[in-house]
Ligand binder design. Sequence first.
Ligand code: NAD
Length: 314
Amino acid sequence: MERPKYLVTGGAGFIGSHLVDALLARGEPVVVLDDLSTGRMENLAGARGQDNFKFVHGSVLDASLVDELVRDCDSVMHLAAAVGVKLIVEQPLNSFTINTKGTETVIGSAHRYGRRVILASTSEIYGKNSSGPLSETSDRILGSPSIPRWSYSTAKAVDEILAELYRREYGLRSTIVRFFNTVGPRQSPAYGMVIPRFARQAVRGEPLTVYGTGEQSRCFLHVADVVEALLSLIDLPDAVGETFNIGSDEEISILDLAERIIACAESTSSVNRLSYSEAYGPGFEDMERRVPDTTKLRAFTGWQPHRNLDDVLA
Ligand code: NAD
């Protein structure tokens, strides 16, 4: 293959593999680094065998491997992370370490070779902030231990701080993207994300389990629109040193979502409500709203989503 232009860590995963497909479709040489802990080679079925594509099975914790791959590319899209509620709840410190150490390794090498880097962060770093829409400057409640994903959100916050530190101290050319709920093909239902879980329950005719009152609202962006947002930022000089929300502002309550999925699947499923304490243990509360403000992304790039919730569900 030609010298890789982009290194995509976590490129065998859900979002990463769609990004790889889009880069290859643009004729860009891409190398993927993935340890296949949650990613799958099937996700790269379209990429494998292409001249401009190379897959490296390995970890972002392997400093010498990362250093070599970063040296040999122009830009890094750092998406590799320990994700999934189960993993994070059962192994909080292990997942925290993977997510912080992996990022430190990647940005250390990016700094050493002067490479541009885009870091995947998350709306989780806004904590339980339910006021909305959430802009990039909204107050953050980092890593509140009362939510089970604390190690994940805290690790991502540390990643952001590390990137900012390297940017200020050493001039690292970094851009942070905070993904809100993303959905689409190749997303594993194992993560407990609500749309894949509801879809599976509806197709099987099982009850759809709604936690809490079901009045809490969320927004879901199709992965193809996420990829378009990433492509619009990838080589934009003005995006260096900036942080962008990437999400949909089409808000829907979880109860309405359940009913819409039942209708969409023409399912006979019912809706089963479970209190947060029954689902997650005493004292747990989830945020009422999670709506991104994407004004900044739109202003910098002209990006706008091309798919609505019906497209996502279809
Ligand atoms: P995913 O699990 O499908 O992708 C993560 C990839 O990283 C997988 O392929 C996995 O095998 C790989 N990986 C994990 N640990 C690794 C390691 N040590 N070395 C190399 N590879 C490793 O999840 P995703 O939803 O595609 O998430 C991609 C990124 O987006 C992650 O950083 C995640 O935190 C972030 N994110 C996703 C969402 C969402 O809605 N999907 C929301 C917010 C943030």
